[in-house]
Write a protein that binds this ligand. Structure first.
Ligand SMILES: Cc1ncc(COP(=O)(O)O)c(C=O)c1O
Length: 467
């Protein structure tokens, strides 16, 4: 894509809507769930089909022509991912790419193989996704201390609170999201270098960040980075990566082996020889037909440029924040509470909010979910797999949560939320990406204004699916 200025390139992002995502307007759809998944561009879908239709690709890693063709494409994809993350495959700072089904599987690879113990704790943020919180099960099983850095004012996390947790004893694994999947807050990437200088390994969950934020692992030398491709480019789905420093991978001990992860093993004796990284971490056969789509996705992203994407989504985020915060009840009371920053500073294009009644109490998020669906708007409601933000939004202390858990059946999510006696049991999340345009944002603000004007706070809802 030829470039002049960021603003010009941002206009070219606007033009992508018609060229790459015509199915949106063809179905009168406003898609505002980019943090759930990006949308697939037509050129990537067509490129993939053309590739599959013109070659013979077999299971990689043998010497047949069909196998060699796949092996070559798999290795090209690894190189493309490394370049995408600004990582070198060689030297003392060498990285490699382990292909996984998604970001969650990448996190789990680290969780199950990291040498947790009484002197090697796990530290994570109150803003982490469930896929990171689950690591604590492995840490606890190994007798490792688990520390949670609390959320600070405005749903941000203070650097001093991170330092306090890292300095509270032992040296272990620090896991944090580059961007909150709930509030859009971007956490300081400088924490990576600071934690590593203190002797910690760092797992950066970049799943929500990478769709609109660039990563340069030369400057931000995270030990492990987890990501999902469907979030970055909408296509391919079912491919994630653990991008890892080779020296950090060497410190992991896998709890099992499988086809593809061993050089040799014995059936009758308890012996196996693990394959070196990255293959030693890739269980079973890779999605070899989809990996060339990753190479194409990297090229697609590079052609647009992160600065243009950032400019585009920041404009839309500002517009959404302004539209939502301007909504008032007839008596002048605010009709929206945004969970997270009200400015576009250090945040991504993800906005979580609750509609408010005139008395300031939050409206059940499913009211807006229904109204949005009627207007053909796709967004997300609930707690977005980020229970820390939901707890913070409702002032739920650990004591309140524990009490609610023991007073009834914790398997009944609705009853559990009821016992918590919080008013906002969930929130609404709108998130934007390259295919979003101002009309989508306006449509959502209009629907919110409509619900507020009608004062229609009630609805008949089924049980919650959980968060
Ligand atoms: C910050 C963050 N981490 C992890 C995940 C898990 O990603 P996946 O479901 O692709 O494994 C998500 C998905 O929404 C996310 O936003």
């Amino acid at each position: 894509m030829p470039t002049t200025s960021v603003a010009d390139r941002s206009c070219q992002v606007d033009a992508l809507r018609e060229r790459e995502f015509p199915y949106l307007d063809a179905s009168a759809h406003a898609y505002l769930d980019y943090t759930g998944a990006a949308l697939a561009p037509l050129s990537l879908i067509r490129g993939s089909a053309a590739r599959l239709a013109s070659g013979v690709y077999g299971n990689p890693h043998t010497a047949s022509p069909a196998s060699l063709a796949s092996t070559r494409l798999v290795e090209e994809a690894r190189e493309a991912v490394l370049a995408f993350c600004g990582a070198s495959p060689e030297g003392p700072e060498a990285y490699t790419v382990v292909f996984t089904p998604n970001a969650t599987a990448a996190v789990r690879l680290v969780a199950e193989a990291y040498p947790f113990g009484p002197r090697t704790p796990l530290v994570f943020l109150g803003d982490d996704h469930n896929s990171v919180l689950g690591m604590r099960r492995y840490a606890r099983r190994a007798g490792a201390p688990v520390r949670v850095v609390p959320l600070g004012p405005g749903f941000r996390t203070e650097s001093a609170a991170v330092t306090a947790c890292l300095e509270a004893g032992g040296r272990g694994l620090f896991a944090f999201p580059a961007q909150s999947n709930a509030t859009g807050v971007r956490h300081p990437l400088e924490w990576v270098g600071e934690a590593r200088r203190r002797g910690w390994r760092v797992l950066l969950d970049a799943a929500a960040y990478l769709p609109s934020g660039p990563l340069d692992l030369t400057a931000v030398p995270a030990d492990f980075v987890a990501l999902s491709w469907y979030k970055i480019s909408g296509f391919p789905a079912g491919v994630g990566c653990l991008v890892a420093r080779r020296d950090a991978l060497a410190g992991l001990r896998r709890p099992w082996f499988a086809g593809g992860t061993v050089l040799a093993s014995s059936s009758h004796t308890d012996w196996h020889l693990p394959a070196p990284a990255p293959e030693g971490f890739e269980d079973g056969t890779l999605p070899f037909l989809a990996l060339p789509d990753v190479t194409a996705a990297v090229a697609w992203h590079r052609a647009i440029g992160y600065d243009a994407v950032h400019h585009h989504v920041t404009r839309l985020t500002a517009r959404l924040l302004a539209g939502l915060t301007a909504l008032r009840h007839p008596g002048g009371e605010p009709a929206v509470r945004v969970l997270g920053p009200l400015s576009t500073e250090d945040r991504g294009p993800t906005v979580a909010f609750n509609l408010l009644r005139p008395d300031g109490s939050p409206v059940d998020e499913r009211v807006l979910q229904l109204a949005a669906a009627e207007a053909r708007i796709s967004l997300r409601t609930g707690c977005f797999c980020n229970p820390g933000v939901a707890e913070e939004a409702n002032g739920m202390t650990p004591e309140v949560v524990r009490e609610a858990l023991v007073r009834g059946d914790p398997a009944d999510v609705d009853a559990y939320l009821h016992r918590l006696t919080v008013q906002a049991q969930g929130a609404v999340r709108a998130s934007m990406g390259v295919a979003t345009d101002a009309r989508d944002v306006e449509r959502l603000v209009e629907v919110c204004g409509d619900v507020v004007a009608r004062g229609a706070w009630e609805g008949a809802f089924g049980p919650r699916a959980g968060c």
